[in-house]
Design a protein around this ligand. Sequence first.
Ligand SMILES: *[C@@H]1O[C@H](CO)[C@@H](O)[C@H](O)[C@H]1NC(C)=O
Ligand SMILES: *[C@@H]1O[C@H](CO)[C@@H](O)[C@H](O)[C@H]1NC(C)=O
Ligand SMILES: *[C@@H]1O[C@H](CO)[C@@H](O)[C@H](O)[C@H]1NC(C)=O
Ligand SMILES: *[C@@H]1O[C@H](CO)[C@@H](O)[C@H](O)[C@H]1NC(C)=O
Ligand SMILES: *[C@@H]1O[C@H](CO)[C@@H](O)[C@H](O)[C@H]1NC(C)=O
Length: 441
Amino acid sequence: MKVPSGPEVFLFHVFALQEEVAYKTPVHWRRSTTDPIRWITADPCYNYTVLDDPRRSTDNRYSYELMCDVWVSWSGWYRLFIHGQSAQMPDTCVDKYSCGTNVPLWLNGGHPNVADGVVTRGVCGHWFNNCCRTPSSSIRVKACPGGYYVYEFVVPVTCHLAYCAGRGIFYPFGWAVGDAINPVVDDESSSVIQLSSPFLFFGRTYQQIYVNNNGHLTFNKASAEYVPYSFPGYESQDIIAGLWTNLDNSVRGFVSYQQYTSGDVLSQATQDINTHFPNLTFTASRVFVATWNKDAYSNSTITETSFQVVLISGSNSSFILMNYGEIAETGLPVQAGYDTINSTHYFVVPGSDSGSFISNLRNSSNVDVPGQWAFRVDSGPRNSLLKNNVVSFRVRLSSFSDLTQSGNTERLLQKMKQELVKYGLPNNCELKLRKLQKIKP
Ligand SMILES: *[C@@H]1O[C@H](CO)[C@@H](O)[C@H](O)[C@H]1NC(C)=O
Ligand SMILES: *[C@@H]1O[C@H](CO)[C@@H](O)[C@H](O)[C@H]1NC(C)=O
Ligand SMILES: *[C@@H]1O[C@H](CO)[C@@H](O)[C@H](O)[C@H]1NC(C)=O
Ligand SMILES: *[C@@H]1O[C@H](CO)[C@@H](O)[C@H](O)[C@H]1NC(C)=O
Ligand SMILES: *[C@@H]1O[C@H](CO)[C@@H](O)[C@H](O)[C@H]1NC(C)=O
């Protein structure tokens, strides 16, 4: 097949359907290996083989079955996943006997940025007491828009060596990294946590926070509430809900948290925010990570639900990341997003108000990173996305709606806004109708 030359990234206009509204919005076309038009571009960011082999996980230690990447016929570019979650090679030393092999291979020299294009990096194998005892062949690496990496793996020098897959979207958590662990009691909360510097949340600054076992964060007092209210709730509290529902960590799993003011976690946060909110030249000065790991629902002892809320502060701005892993379906009421006092600002992660579809959280995103949602929450300057811009949409109504009635137009604008926030529109933007034009009868 002849490969056409041309620009590397294609912008497709697609119709996205949501309830009664269909409209046009630009999204980056993501291709899969089954995509019949994958030959359309030679850019490895859009033309890779999915390598989802959980055995490669850095958590897989002293595996009985040993992998050897000499036995793999490598060809072209690969993107790493672990159980469907985007992953990447670790770029610091990995313990021997991890990644399902004897000598785990990690990327030496750090990951590139998107602007660096394709770079060549050494690969190190940890053996004996030497993190780079087995320097292997170099590989080529590329950072892709959307926050993932692709690797051109090659056959390593010998057995048993295997390429590792490290953290996906989750920030480090748990006992291993020294998290504080919440009481192992249903409907309990952490005690009050003093923040090392204030967290700015839509105009209010908070010096303290509570991590509640039922999947949410509150600032003024702990919450034992296991039945969420829907956002906007017009309530008298600010709340951040990773997944507010009737979780029970006394049956299974744990809830833990930690704040950081230096180290790798800050670099990770700086990198994530700059990827998701370009042009801010953001530097993280404090990161607070709260994790609900493999928790049960109150009436279901066998399911496991994992997610994380990360609060990130810079000198004058603040962000939240929500990271979703395995999320079990449930018949319980659920809610994910955030809501402020009197609901001046709120956001409902789409689909998070129904327990039957809640598993989809792990593959939805507003920043093109499956399972991750990112929001700026300081109500700082408007994102440049729409500044001085008039955006036009083509909207098709699948049911009759009289747009000469102002209430209907408002409802429609609200819906469009909800959808656009998924594509990066800050929640505090207001959409106003400038012109309405009928293009088809
Ligand atoms: C970032 O800034 C550059 C240069 O000022 C500009 O060309 C680019 O469009 C900006 N990107 C975004 C996403 O605003
Ligand atoms: C932080 O924000 C305040 C109020 O918006 C502003 O006066 C101040 O100059 C900002 N500081 C920095 C370092 O951006
Ligand atoms: C849990 O409770 C909800 C709400 O009462 C119910 O719909 C669901 O079926 C229950 N699930 C189990 C596993 O009992
Ligand atoms: C919230 O709304 C109530 C009733 O309208 C009002 O009394 C109160 O001052 C509002 N609170 C804030 C923080 O705006
Ligand atoms: C998410 O993944 C599930 C299967 O794991 C699939 O059924 C669902 O359609 C996916 N949702 C999206 C939005 O891709």
